[in-house]
Design a protein around this ligand. Structure first.
Ligand code: ZN
Length: 87
């Protein structure tokens, strides 16, 4: 039990102590301490946001473009099926 129960502990897996949770107090209104990303506020610049999005893209199956393309394909197949009914 921490001495001051109102202060949240960081809890990030620390490399220093055999991957046990970090025992530093978390930063105010944050879940992590200053050493484990508590200071980080995310990408700010346009370039940084693009870089971040690129770094986190796994396969792009659910990107807006991929979803729109599949939707278009479904629509085209529907039209084709309707045409075949008319012939
Ligand atoms: Zn920490």
């Amino acid at each position: 039990m921490p001495i001051n129960a109102t202060v949240k502990l960081c809890g990030a897996r620390a490399r220093q102590n055999n991957h046990q949770p970090c025992r530093q107090p978390a930063m105010r209104d944050k879940a992590r301490c200053r050493l484990h990303g508590g200071k980080c506020t995310g990408a700010k610049t346009k370039e940084g946001k693009i870089r971040s999005a690129k770094a986190n893209l796994k396969h792009g199956f659910y990107t807006k473009e991929a979803l729109a393309e599949r939707e278009l394909m479904r629509e085209m197949l529907k039209w084709r099926d309707n045409l075949e009914c008319l012939l």
